[in-house]
Write a protein that binds this ligand. Structure first.
Ligand code: 16G
Length: 241
């Protein structure tokens, strides 16, 4: 009796360990995007874990967007990049979780006076200084998004400190965003944006505006992004009240 209770107590650990192990396999590209995972039954046999444990680990990774399930066909490493909408993650974190190496090419990285539009969106007084980052974001050689971020200079005095991840730098400054409001809308990409993103003019894009906040309510970032519609899926879990 005691034994079965003990093993029940270890179940949550087993599923977390398996979840981490599968995530590692995907990160290291041991299974490529689009390829199938072994079936639930094969995994549970090979690893000597219960089907419930295997199912739970897989469900967690589907929710994270790392795996996708096609009814009747099985579980696959996600090909499109699936972004859970309820998680406040960074571009860098999203890509690393998929074994991709993010990189940025900057057009602009400097300090200037806040514009009227920015001061409204960020609740800043006119004349205040802000750091601006304007860049194309890549996974290896493939451009995935264009991003224009504005951060109060009182929070980010040295924008050159941002080489790849804005959130990593904010974290090191004790100003990692804790909450965000995000608006997403469909756009067709204009000639210049399309060229930067290596897609035909008029291709579908997602225009996303994110305002992130610190615990004390201050706005940390006001970022406008254009994500490629042919690559990204934004998904959310919904609940009734
Ligand atoms: C994501 C965010 C963007 C944020 C960036 C930080 C969306 C739609 N936007 O792209 O608001 O500034 O991540 O990424 O998810 P970084 O830490 O890699 O610079």
């Amino acid at each position: 009796h005691r034994l079965s209770r003990d093993s029940a107590a270890h179940q949550p650990l087993a599923y977390l360990r398996l979840r981490r192990a599968i995530r590692n396999v995907v990160e290291h590209r041991d299974i490529e995007p689009g390829q199938a995972l072994p079936s639930e039954r094969d995994l549970s046999r090979a690893l000597n874990l219960s089907r419930v444990t295997v199912r739970k680990a897989i469900a967690g990774l589907v929710e994270e967007g790392i795996l996708t399930q096609r009814h009747g066909a099985g579980t696959f490493v996600a090909e499109r990049i699936i972004k859970p909408m309820s998680r406040l993650t960074s571009f860098t974190e999203d890509l690393r979780a998929r074994g991709l190496n993010p990189r940025s090419e900057f057009f602009e990285r400097g300090i200037g006076e806040v514009t009227p539009e920015e001061s409204m969106a960020m609740n800043l007084s006119p004349g205040v200084l802000v750091a601006r980052l304007h860049r194309v974001r890549y996974a290896k050689e493939e451009p995935l998004a264009i991003e224009r971020s504005v951060v109060p200079a009182s929070i980010l005095p040295d924008p050159l400190a941002v080489r790849d991840s804005l959130y990593e730098v904010l974290e090191s400054l004790g100003a990692r965003p804790r909450r965000a409001l995000q608006r997403l809308r469909a756009v067709s990409l204009g000639a210049q944006q399309a060229r930067l993103l290596h897609v035909p003019t008029g291709s579908a894009g997602l225009n996303i505006e994110r305002r992130s906040f610190l615990d004390d309510g201050r706005v940390v970032e006001f970022t406008t992004s254009w994500y490629r519609g042919d690559i990204y899926d934004f998904v959310a879990e919904l609940h009734t009240d």
